[in-house]
Design a protein around this ligand. Sequence first.
Ligand code: MN
Ligand code: MN
Length: 271
Amino acid sequence: MYHHIKKLMYTVNVGTPDTAFGNMLLEQFGGANGELAAAMQYTIQGWNCEDGPRRALLMDIGTEELSHLEVVGALARMHLKPMKSDRAAAEVEPLVTLSYGGGVSLCNSVGTSWTADYLKITGDISVDLRSNIAAEARAKIVYDRLICFTDDPGTQEALQFLMTREITHMRSFSAALESMEKPAFSIGTIAPTPTLVDEYFNASTGEGEVGKDHVGPWNEGNGLHIANSRRDGGEGLTTKPYRPQRGSEKTSSHDSTPVGAARSTRDSKAA
Ligand code: MN
Ligand code: MN
C-alpha cells in the first residue's frame, strides 16, 4: 500500500532559476541512473525477494528513492519555470518547453524517454544487491557532477542531501550482502571450473597509446595469475572440458530460491 504525504522529504529553495541546469537535472529524474530507475529497481526487487529482512531493506530504500524523485522534480520544475514565458529559456530545450510545458516528464537530460530497460532485476538477492551497490555509485557521481555545475546555494544544498543519501544506501546494500556470509565470489549454485577460474588472460598485448602490460593485484596475487596467449608463446587458457557440478557452489540460507537447480528432480517426479 502506498500513501502520499504533501510534504517534500527535503525542503527545496532555488534562488535564481537556471533553465539549462534544470534540464541537466532531468538526468536524475528520468535518466538511467536517476531516482525513478532506483525506486523501481529496488521496489520490484523487493517484491520478488523471499528473504524478509532484505525485502524490508529494498522496500525502505525503494520508497525513499520515490521521495528523492519528488525532490529532484521540485528542483527541476523551479529551474525550468522560465521556459514557460521566456523565449531564450524556451530554446534551451524545445522538447521540454513545447511537449512538457516547461515541467518535468520522464525523460533524461537529452530528452530520451525513461525505459524499464534501465532496471537490473535478476530475482537473485545477492546479484541484485551488487547491482544496487553499483547503481548507488552511479547516482552519487551524477549528483557530484551536478553540484559542480551550479552556483545556487539552495540547489547545491538539496543536491548535497540527495547525494549523501546514496552513499548511505550503498553502505546498507553492502552490509546486507556481507551479512549473507557468502564467499565474495560465490554466485548461484554451480561452482566455476577450478584452475580456469584463476587464470587472467593477457588478451591485450603490445605497446599502445596508453602503455604496455601492467602487473597488479588484478592479475597476479589474490589467487590469480597471468595466462599468456599461445600466439605470444604462452599456454593460453585452460580449455579442457569440465562438467558443471550442480549444487557445488557455496550458498547462504538467505539466498533466493535457485532457478533451474531442482529441474531434473521435479521433471522425474512429474513423469
Ligand atoms: Mn536517490
Ligand atoms: Mn539511493
